[in-house]
Design a protein around this ligand. Structure first.
Ligand SMILES: Nc1nc2c(ncn2[C@@H]2O[C@H](COP(=O)(O)OP(=O)(O)O)[C@@H](O)[C@H]2O)c(=O)[nH]1
Ligand SMILES: [Mg+2]
Length: 359
């Protein structure tokens, strides 16, 4: 899962990026690493994985990771090449989902490039740039497909209709009217990427969200795109990242928070991308895997190893919670909690799976 942090300059992207990728996620030995200055990897905190590993006592426990990318350079006019222009647009194309970071914190020492702090204006600038870039993408594609009409193949006429329709909606700013299912798979528009709106609030706003300007309007916008709004204070997250988990807990309570921004962002990403987690426990490694909801057992096996997908025979499956209740895989089997599933089985969140396959 790869998430890009997008927003105007000085809204706190790098502060949030640093906080997210330096956060101390307890008890799982994963090296938090910054792969490149603007790319970092974070282990997804997962109590269920720890509990399963506690039973299995493997040599190695490996969790799933999220990659965060701090995408710089978005300014008004970016789609026309201002700032870093197309470079950042290309980076956005690569990620699975977007954190759209919007500044609501008021700090006179930090200038806002567009003047007064105005979350709704900033949101619209960014979304307009993404839409303008997409209009360009669509126009290029329409031109290409138009040339292919001569071949007389019916599919090009259909493709052109889909593209023209999308262009019409985007021209009116109607991202919600787009139908990405019909798009050519390699079209990869920016406006249709799953997005979470994250408001970078100040400490006072964190305690009293009612005072945040345009909060309700932004929530309505998010809902129209099946998305959601998360409030966090990047400065507070940066402080949290330096603390150990007990200290962090105290710090949370001061602000009336239940969990860190990192946790809330991960959960939102999970919902947004509609992912489920399954676990494998065979051999020396107990490991978690992320797949889209609706993934069939052979494709899940393929995630572990391509040979396992090709040679898939069947899967032994037990829900992690049941396994933990039984005490061991052997006991779970004795008690009839382990099911035998075939090629049509849809993997469920929390499944512990033992794949059987031909080599
Ligand atoms: N008061 C306050 N300042 C912040 C917060 N987040 C970031 N800043 C400050 O805003 C400035 C710009 O932040 P930065 O992360 O570099 O923004 P970027 O341009 O979006 O990457 C820095 O001086 C940060 O310390 C916040 O939540 N509250
Ligand atoms: Mg930055």
């Amino acid at each position: 899962m790869e998430i890009g942090i997008v927003g105007l300059a000085n809204v706190g992207k790098s502060t949030l990026f640093n906080a997210l990728t330096q956060a101390d996620v307890p008890a799982l030995n994963y090296p938090f690493c910054t792969i490149e200055p603007n790319v970092g990897v974070v282990m997804i905190p997962d109590q269920r994985l720890l509990a399963v590993a506690d039973l299995v006592q493997p040599e190695k426990v490996t969790g799933s990771v999220i990659k965060f990318v701090d995408i710089a350079g978005l300014v008004r006019g970016a789609s026309k090449g201002e700032g870093l222009g197309n470079q950042f647009l290309a980076q956005i194309r690569e990620v699975d989902a977007i954190i759209h970071l919007i500044r609501t914190f008021r700090n006179p020492n930090v200038s806002s490039v567009e003047g007064e702090v105005d979350p709704l204006r900033d949101l619209e600038i960014v979304e307009t740039e993404l839409m303008l870039a997409d209009l360009q993408t669509l126009e290029n594609r329409m031109e290409r497909v138009s040339r292919l009409l001569k071949t007389g193949e019916k599919k090009y006429r259909e493709q052109l209709t889909v593209l023209e329709e999308a262009h019409h909606h985007l021209n009116q700013g109607r991202v919600d009217a787009l139908n990405p299912d019909k798009f050519p798979p390699d079209l990869r528009l920016l406006s249709t990427k799953p997005v979470v709106y994250v408001l970078n609030v100040d400490e006072d706003q964190l305690m009293d969200p009612g005072t945040i300007e345009s909060f309700e309007i932004i929530k309505t916008r998010a809902a129209a795109r099946n998305s959601e709004v998360i409030l966090l204070c990047a400065a507070v997250e940066a402080e949290l990242a330096k603390l150990d988990s007990d200290e962090a807990q105290e710090y949370f309570q001061e602000f009336g928070l239940q969990e860190s921004g990192l946790h809330r962002i991960i959960k939102a990403g999970y919902r947004l991308l509609d992912l489920v987690t399954f676990y494998t426990i065979k051999g020396v490694e107990t490991r978690s895997w992320l797949v889209p909801r609706g993934t069939l057992a052979p494709q899940a096996a393929g995630k572990v190893h391509s040979d396992m997908e090709r040679g898939f025979i069947k899967a032994e499956v037990v829900a992690a919670d049941k396994l933990i209740g039984c005490g061991s895989f052997a006991k779970a089997k004795e008690q009839g909690a382990v099911r035998l599933e075939g090629k049509e089985y849809v993997v469920q969140d929390g499944d512990v799976i033992l794949f059987h396959f031909n080599v």
